[in-house]
Design a protein. Structure first.
Length: 191
């Protein structure tokens, strides 16, 4: 059984292997169309920058004098948090980061996986549900526990939380939120 290429990238590779396309053109096509996982990692890296920047602005910089002082304790329903300003800063940074990640993933990373029957609001709802588990549940909790309970510096605690959430994010985003439809084009770069 002969398999026909399903994407332009597969066509280009096949044509290049048969000598129909020059190697430089194939290389240029591959560099201008990075694999899905590379785009996902780039969006994640940018979102990481957004998070760190907002964390600094809201927590460390004297930009918001109306916020509670550092190390001001606050009692929330069932627990006491030792630094209300840090809690506010992580929540603000998390929300802004989620908006950045959804836009980047929806309009760039997984743009080839947007089935016509799945509305953007449904993808957004699935993304937010997944984010509650990974970004809020894993990243924010990890950063707050390491910082408040174990005296980690917050800029060092964040990479640990991000690393823990990254694997879950990739699996949820690629398999649920932006999954391929049956018979849709395959990703020539990464399964």
């Amino acid at each position: 059984m002969t398999r026909t290429p399903r994407t332009e990238d597969e066509l280009s590779v096949g044509q290049s292997l048969r000598g129909e396309l020059p190697f430089r053109q194939l290389l240029r096509e591959q560099l201008t169309s990075p694999p899905t996982i590379v785009r996902w990692a780039a969006v994640g890296a940018f979102a990481y920058f957004v998070y760190q920047s907002l964390l600094f602005l809201v927590y460390d910089a004297p930009v918001f004098p109306f916020l509670p002082d550092k190390d001001s304790s606050v009692t929330l329903v069932f627990f006491e948090h030792g630094d209300a300003r840090f809690l506010i800063a992580t929540l603000v940074a998390t929300v802004a980061t989620l908006a950045t990640m959804f836009a980047g993933n929806n309009f760039w990373t997984f743009r080839d996986r947007q089935p016509a029957h799945k509305h953007v609001l449904l993808r957004l709802a699935q993304f937010v549900a997944a984010a509650l588990i990974s970004s809020v549940g894993i990243v924010a909790v990890t950063v707050n526990v390491l910082t408040v309970q174990f005296n980690f510096y917050h800029f060092l605690a964040l990479p640990i939380g991000v690393a823990l959430g990254a694997i879950g994010n990739w699996l949820i985003y690629s398999r649920l939120v932006w999954r391929r439809t049956r018979g849709g084009p395959a990703d020539a770069h990464f399964p």
